[in-house]
Design a protein around this ligand. Structure first.
Ligand code: NAD
Length: 485
């Protein structure tokens, strides 16, 4: 898409090089440079914000639902026209296993744009509450939903299209204007969206701005800027805390999708082999770099060793492998820094008394790029840091439970509350699922991911919901109008 040229910024409807030079984007499987991206500076961000403000305040974008739906469908169709190119880019830049690009890493979120266009057209923007006489004064009351304003969308690198589009789609459908600031590790996935929006859609200038940068500080500037009405952030819990603190100075709304340490519970009446094999597959998909991945596996105490053997055997078969290979499940980690962080947790696990049932380090046959072997840690309890903190690598911790109540207690004994999974007889598994303090739960392999399903976290996993009607309504304000009657 960019050839040998650096990818551009999208500022006020124009594709521009920006004023900060360029920075490299890498292929995490090899460590090689894929290309360069425009490196935005604060003055570029300032222009993006001015344009977004103008497009919101001075055009009929916020009120023209039909036109917005038309533009979103154009954007979806443009992304589809370029899906072969985007697929290779996503595999190369994000290290995403090819099979995932047919779902949540590309095709899924592109299709979801159509769902948000349909929702905007069918949504009840106005509710008539009818006449009443509050304090004896006859009044006709209406409730109107309208766009929140200028949205700052700040995103991570692990599922770049899914997260960029799960913000841009509903935010634009709801009538907002957007400044998208992606992670420095995946600038091309976001820049591609900017190029297609500029060249293949009727999106008016300023409605969508894409600001790639090597500087995390641009995210911080967005959270503090008075021109921003709402910050929609996905990333780590530590950064989420900084976002909320900074946004508090101007009391802007924040929507936070943060980290997790989700539990995969195997009950004593589950098919242990099938459940543990699935836990292994789910745990190291995309090298464990998914916020909702179930990285604590809870099994009945008297079957702990058997479960460890099944999971270790499955993990050994699962990779790691070249992400461009359509059989690969576990690819590379995104960067040297992320690999070093995961290695730090592997050392911590040993210091805490953990034992590697498999993996535990870098694969010897992959000297280039950023790799960690699928790893199972045994011998720890839920109060270890290894079991409590998010590692964001292909690393599972196996914990023992003493029955359904104990499994629920352990699963909920976490600062996070993003997701979970339960395997067992349907009645018991559903009863356990109902008691988990998490935003999503899979029961016996059910998949909750979809445009119409709200996704988000309890506790320190976030505030608010993304996707679904709830995710759309995050981007709306509510206005009550009462007319003397
Ligand atoms: P990160 O928090 O380091 O960065 C996320 C984004 O925030 C990037 O664009 C970054 O440039 C920006 N940023 C950094 N400092 C900032 C600041 N002070 N103010 C504003 N913006 C700032 O996260 P990451 O390493 O890119 O992604 C991994 C994390 O994201 C993991 O913790 C993972 O669990 C989380 N995640 C959560 C979800 C979810 O939906 N809950 C989804 C995917 C990833």
């Amino acid at each position: 898409m960019f050839g040998n040229a650096p990818s551009p910024l999208l500022l006020d409807g124009r594709l521009e090089p920006g004023s900060g030079g360029v920075f490299d984007t890498l292929d995490p499987a090899t460590g090689e440079v894929v290309g360069q991206a425009a490196d935005a500076r604060p003055e570029d961000l300032d222009r993006a914000l001015a344009a977004a403000r103008r497009a919101f305040d001075e055009t009929d974008w916020p009120s023209d639902v039909k036109f917005r739906a038309h533009c979103l469908r154009q954007l979806r169709d443009a992304l589809r026209r370029h899906s072969d190119e985007l697929r290779e880019l996503t595999i190369r830049e994000a290290g995403a296993p090819r099979f995932l690009t047919f779902g949540a890493q590309l095709d899924g979120p592109v299709a979801d744009l159509g769902w948000f266009a349909d929702l905007a057209e069918s949504y009840a923007w106005e509710t008539d509450l009818g006449r009443a006489e509050p304090m004896g004064m006859a009044s006709h009351r209406r409730i109107v939903r309208e766009a929140a304003g200028v949205v700052a969308a700040i995103t991570p690198w692990n599922f770049p299209h899914q997260i960029n589009l799960a913000k841009v789609g509903p935010a634009l459908a709801a009538g907002n204007t957007v400044v998208l600031k992606p992670a420095p590790d995946t600038p091309w996935c976001a820049a591609a969206l900017g190029v297609l929006a500029a060249e293949e859609t009727d999106l008016p200038p300023g409605v969508l701005n894409v600001v790639t940068s090597s500087d995390h500080g641009l995210g911080a500037l967005l959270t503090a800027d008075e021109r921003v009405d709402l910050v929609s952030f996905t990333g780590s819990t530590a950064t989420g805390r900084a976002v909320m603190t900074s946004a508090a100075t101007t009391l802007k709304r924040v929507f936070l999708e943060l980290g997790g340490k989700s539990a995969f519970i195997v009950l004593d009446d589950a098919d242990l082999r099938a459940a543990c094999s699935y836990a292994a597959f789910a745990g190291v998909t995309h090298a464990g770099q998914g916020c909702a991945i179930t990285t604590r596996v809870l099994v009945p105490r008297d079957r702990y060793d058997e479960a460890a053997a099944i999971i270790a055997k499955t993990l050994a078969r699962l990779g790691p492998g070249d992400p461009s290979d359509d059989r690969t499940v576990c690819g590379p980690l995104i960067s040297a820094a992320q690999r070093d962080r995961v290695e730090g947790y592997l050392r911590l696990a040993v210091a805490e008394g953990g034992v590697f049932a498999c993996g535990g380090g870098r694969p010897p046959d992959r000297p280039d790029g950023f790799w960690i072997e699928p790893t199972l840690i045994t011998g720890l309890t839920n109060d270890s840091r290894t079991a409590r903190e998010e590692i964001f690598g292909p690393v599972l911790v196996l914990l023992a439970h003493d029955g359904d109540d104990d499994a629920v207690r352990i699963a909920n004994d976490s600062p996070f509350g993003l997701s979970g999974a339960v395997h067992g007889s349907p009645d018991r598994a559903n009863a356990v699922a109902a008691r988990l303090r998490t935003g999503t739960v899979s029961v016996n392999g059910g998949v909750w991911y979809g445009a119409d399903v709200p996704f988000g976290g309890y506790k320190q996993s976030g505030i608010g919901r993304e996707m679904g009607v709830a995710g759309f309504e995050e981007y709306l304000e509510t206005k009550a109008i009462a007319e003397g009657a």
